[in-house]
Design a protein around this ligand. Sequence first.
Ligand code: HEC
Length: 294
Amino acid sequence: MWNKTLAAAGLLTAVAAALALPARAAESGGDSHGGAVPPPISWSFAGPFGTFDQQQLQRGFKVYREVCASCHGLKFLAFRNLADPGGPGFSEGQVKALAAEYKVKDGPNDQGEMFERPGRAADRFPEPFPNEQAAAVANGGKAPPDLSLMAKARTYERGFPWFIFDAFTQFAETGPNYIHAVLTGYEAAPAGFQMPDGGNYNRYFPGHVIAMPKPLNDGQVDYKGPDGKPQAPETIDQYSKDVSAFLMWAAEPKMMARKEIGFKAFIFLIVLAGLVYFVKKKVWAPLHDHPETA
Ligand code: HEC
């Protein structure tokens, strides 16, 4: 009896140790994809009940607009999406006014010419460059990628045992963790590092040489609210978190609706399982009570 208990305890300890070790290895920053493993961030939208923080999405949009939009497009997003439920929560009036600040290419008109007009709510965000080549030339040979799906496109291995837990917690935050890491990961290259022309050293970018110059600095984006006080810290770290959250929303604008439906389906299945169980009991009851009549 005692032997068995001891053996079981030993086994449990061994399993726990096996689970804990690789986790610590991952945190200390293995270089599996050529860049350090991004530190995990606690996002409001994580997990099956996570929701976007509307204020954060609004700030993130401001960062995108004032800093990233000069190089990166957001071609799958229309202005009117900013007023969709579960998003940054702009009013339709705000969206119209915002769209009108942009110039959108349209046409051809009756004379067969393309022309520019003020944006409308249904327009997609205009591209910063006329084409990929122009984008590359303006950025030292590397075109800045479109950011619409970036938060879903960049993942990395979290390794054992995380991938087991991740399946249950619906972990899907590698994208925003990575974007935040890249934006905050600029540092001086280690001594002796051969930096190619136009390259910038980044701790988290695979290979460490990124063509994007450090885009954010403390105090760059104004977060002041109507009361004149900043609504959130005006720091690189906070800007990076906010814009990563915004890009997560941009990549999956219907996330909150999806999670709500998923949760309802889950409750429905539990109730259904209960009903099925009682129906089964009732149907088979005569056989249990009077086995001789079977
Ligand atoms: C001056 C132009 C410029 C600005 C401003 C800029 N970027 Fe970039 N960005 C680039 C270029 C160029 C690349 C391609 C880098 C490469 O492949 O080496 C890039 C790449 C990226 C990537 C992809 C990294 C990867 O894994 O491939 C992300 C994410 C990104 N930028 C996010 C942002 C965000 C968010 C902002 C605003 C805070 C921003 N960028 C501002 C030029 C810019």
